[in-house]
Design a protein around this ligand. Structure first.
Ligand code: DGL
Length: 263
């Protein structure tokens, strides 16, 4: 790691974490970034906790080999099931992300919030601790919904149109009908569907995600934004898919795209 330029590593089960990369690049235009999307194992959201943890460790190892001295776990499912173990195992900084239940609890007027997240995140103990801290003591109500089709749509690069609207109607409209005025986008894939989600649920519903807050935290931890601004995006899946998706998801960025094998 000695000769490598210091960089930020970002990991996700697939291309969802690119929504976080976009926010980080706005705040840190110069620092080199290595991103690994574990698309060969996507989705994490329906996998057992041990498997999510094992993949998070394998991907982290590779980011460290690439020179990452700070790693953003840009995946709620991996944060919930692996970030504590990662912190206990490596002497570098890990920044995690979890569904924005705390800000939602402050914003709701109806007292009901909806959390859209993966099945793994919703089942995680760390998520239940969040509810015990910010929801139950305040007499608030939470409705959870896992949204596997959202991840599939984003991994296909389908961000708008009838298929997305149909999925939003199935996942999010029942929450709104049950009184939720604030919806948490608790998976890093979902912000790519924000425009369509907002269109379907209507303008009075607040949508919250944590990408910008995580980028702010990353910038404050790093203090120095030094480097030549290179971005490399690696996929454990198919390079042709990534070459198709990257310009759709990150039209403002250029990056070196590559396939990587992580067993
Ligand atoms: N993007 C991920 C998250 O934030 C996981 C999506 C998935 O692989 O199921 O939870």
């Amino acid at each position: 790691m000695g000769n490598l330029e210091k960089s930020v590593g970002i990991l996700d089960s697939g291309v969802g974490g690119l929504s976080v990369l976009l926010e980080i690049r706005k705040k840190l235009p110069n620092i080199p970034i290595h991103y690994i999307g574990d698309s060969a194992w996507c989705p994490y959201g329906n996998k057992p906790a041990e498997q999510i943890q094992a993949r998070s460790f394998a991907v982290t190892e590779r980011l460290i080999e690439m020179g990452a001295h700070t790693i953003v776990v840009a995946c709620n499912s991996a944060t919930i099931h692996a970030v504590e173990a990662l912190r206990a195992s490596y002497p570098i900084t890990f920044i995690g992300m979890e569904p924005a239940v705390k800000p939602a609890s402050k914003l709701t007027k109806t007292g009901t919030i909806g959390v859209l997240a993966t099945e793994a995140s919703i089942a995680g103990e760390k998520f239940h601790r969040l509810l015990q801290t910010h929801i139950h003591p305040n007499g608030l109500k939470v409705i959870t919904q896992h949204c596997p089709d959202f991840v599939t749509l984003v991994e296909r690069g389908v961000l708008t149109g009838a298929e997305v609207e149909d999925a939003v109607s199935r996942y999010a409209l029942p929450m709104v009908k049950a009184g939720a005025d604030t919806l948490v986008l608790g998976c890093t894939h979902y912000p790519f569907l924000r425009e369509t989600i907002q269109k379907v649920v209507g303008p009075s519903i607040q949508l919250i995600d944590t990408g910008e807050a995580v980028a702010r935290q990353t910038a404050s931890i790093l203090a120095l934004d030094r480097g030549h601004g290179e971005i490399s995006v690696h996929t454990t899946g198919n390079l042709a898919c990534l070459e198709h998706l990257f310009p759709i998801l990150c039209p403002s960025l250029s990056a070196n795209l590559a396939e990587i094998l992580i067993t």
